[in-house]
Ligand binder design. Structure first.
Ligand code: MCA
Ligand code: AMP
Length: 517
């Protein structure tokens, strides 16, 4: 049997000169470090050997909540190399959220920041996890201390293409988060398609400034660079001036729309500053046409917008160059997310599930080698989200025009995308509803100049109580990741309702849409 382990494919793409730089760190306390391709190979071998020495059951989950660092990247690659399942967790998650993920995924091993060891290890040990390691963003922690005693030679585990490689938790419209199960084959097929579609070249250099616990930073950016053998200029945190300073040494940049609006606020963003860049990719949230145009005017370059999901990795992309399936159409059209990627089948359907006419709006459904197999331990939820002919219902609403370009016009799922992070109102409302003095709440997304969209909470008080909006926000901060916290909270006598008694969120959105204008 041939080995479909994603790590093997990525390592096979390392350049011949293993002493060349693979990653260079920029900014922060650890700036200026260089990791060669050989360093990546040896370090991932050492961590994989450490993991092997623990004798974990096959395909164990390894849950990781650590600050971004090159060593965190090495841990990801080592987990694949050892044939286990990587489970990345946003560093903003609070104890209650981590307790849920660990309880649901039952990881055999947990890695957390040294500063969080006390509370994370307590949660992990209570859930039955036997191994908890620490990893700091300054190369400290027990993981590296232990790995240092292991050999730097390691034979990668053999994996089938459909074998589970990563679980990404994505919030749920109802109830708690669901773990999207992605196989080695899902990830590798998507990485190869993007490498070809975006014309990665041997001398490309990627500026990596996104978090690495979600699909954009972990898969689209990292897999893209590694499968092409391209070096990365690595920032642990996005900082517009630092990114701008790197443009003269790089060729590719990927960001959520907030990163582009923040870069546009820099006077140093000029045609000359980005003259050596060949590709700017945007995704994870809608890119405003104003941002798209402002970027063109300031830099003379056109952002390429693409669309994807945790469950599917990348689905569509504007063209980079010629696409033989769409002769003569090389335009990157602002406001659209481009064409379905090669291998991806995409259809737009009405409420009854019937395909609509070209240009008509409906629900987007997708099928392809990149689409996940289901939600971790949620067979019923998985069955609900797939059609009988194997298409996944994205929950996004859109249309395909006569030229084949896909446009996302909205979402059927009640979701706010804030600075590229997903916030499910249902989750925030359920926390609010448990707070003293709160009878009911509604959370809606409103436009925001920096984050694109942010949450606003509207609360009805219990009779005889007067909850303080700021106190409610403060209480939420202890329960939920910071980006999920509504930026404003209002206590009102009643919520607008339709004849069925359902809260009319569209009216609330309209009422508050000018709050951050
Ligand atoms: C930070 N804050 C936010 C957000 N980020 N509020 C709303 N939405 C956000 N995204 C708030 C914090 O709560 C805090 O508020 C204050 O801003 C400062 O926090 P800090 O962490 O310092 O903020 P920052 O460094 O300026 O972060 C902004 C950011 C970051 C760089 C835009 O949010 C980011 O890296 N976003 C990228 C997300 C991403 O990679 N998404 C891809 C998902 P306070 O002071 O009140 O506490 S993958 C995906 O969606 C699919 C598959 C796809 O298609 O790619
Ligand atoms: P996630 O759950 O983090 O994987 O987020 C996936 C969701 O992000 C999709 O279902 C879309 O609603 C949204 N999304 C991703 N890329 C784009 C884009 N370019 N334009 C509009 N929405 C997007």
């Amino acid at each position: 049997m041939s080995n479909h382990n994603l790590f093997v494919a990525l390592r096979d793409a390392f350049p011949a000169d293993l002493d060349a730089t693979a990653v260079e760190t920029v900014g922060g306390a650890q700036s200026g470090l260089r990791y060669s391709w050989r360093d990546l190979d040896r370090a991932t071998a050492m961590v994989a050997n450490l993991i092997d020495s623990l004798n974990l059951p096959p395909r164990s989950r390894i849950a990781v909540q650590v600050e971004k660092s090159v060593e965190a990247l090495i841990l990801y690659l080592a987990t694949l190399r050892a044939g286990h399942v990587f489970l990345p967790l946003n560093t903003a998650y609070q104890a209650g959220e981590i307790e849920y993920f660990v309880g649901n995924a039952e990881p055999a091993m947990v890695v957390c920041s040294p500063a969080n060891f006390g509370w994370v290890s307590k949660i992990a040990f209570q859930a039955g996890t036997r191994h908890v390691f620490t990893l700091g963003d300054d190369r400290t922690g027990s993981l590296l201390e232990r790995a240092a005693h292991h050999s730097d030679v390691h034979t990668p585990a053999t994996c089938a293409a459909d074998e589970l490689g990563v679980i990404i938790y994505t919030s749920g419209t109802t109830g708690r988060s669901k773990g999207a199960m992605l196989s080695h084959g899902n990830m590798l097929s998507n990485a190869r398609v993007l490498r070809d579609y975006w014309g990665w070249k041997p001398d490309d250099v990627l500026i990596h400034a996104l978090p690495i616990f979600h699909v954009h930073g972990l898969f689209v950016a990292i897999h893209g660079a590694l499968i092409n053998g391209s070096p990365m200029l690595w920032l642990n945190k996005f900082e517009p001036k630092a990114v701008l300073g790197l443009m003269s040494r790089a060729t590719v940049f990927m960001g959520v729309p907030t990163l582009y609006t923040r870069l546009l606020a820099e006077p140093g963003l000029t045609r000359e500053a980005v003259a050596g860049m060949r590709l700017f990719v945007s995704g994870s949230a809608p890119l405003l046409i104003e941002t798209f145009q402002a970027w063109q005017e300031r830099t003379g370059q056109t952002i390429l917008e693409r669309y994807g999901m945790s469950e599917t990795i990348m689905l569509t992309s504007n063209p980079y160059g010629a696409d033989p399936r769409h002769p003569g159409q090389t335009e990157r059209r602002g406001g659209t997310v481009g064409f379905p990627l090669p291998g991806v089948q995409l259809r737009v359907v009405d409420d009854a599930g019937r395909p609509v006419e070209t240009g008509e709006i409906g629900g987007i459904q997708v099928r392809g080698p990149n689409v996940f197999s289901g939600y971790w331990r949620m067979p019923e939820k998985t069955a609900e989200e797939f059609t009988s002919d194997g298409f996944f219902k994205t929950g996004d609403v859109g249309k395909v025009d006569g030229r084949g370009y896909v446009t996302i016009v909205g979402r059927s799922k009640d979701l706010i995308i804030s600075g590229g992070y997903n916030v499910y109102p249902a989750e925030v409302e359920s926390e609010l509803n448990q707070m003293p003095g709160v009878a009911e709440s509604a959370v809606v997304g409103v436009p925001h100049p920096d984050f694109g969209e942010v949450g606003v909470a509207v609360v009805i008080a219990r009779p005889g109580t007067e909850p303080d909006p700021q106190a409610l926000i403060n209480a939420l901060k202890a329960r939920l990741a910071n980006y999920k916290i509504p930026k404003r909270c209002f206590v009102v006598p009643e919520l607008p309702r339709n004849t069925m008694g359902k809260v009319q969120k569209n009216l609330l959105r309209d009422q508050h849409k000018g709050l951050f204008a």
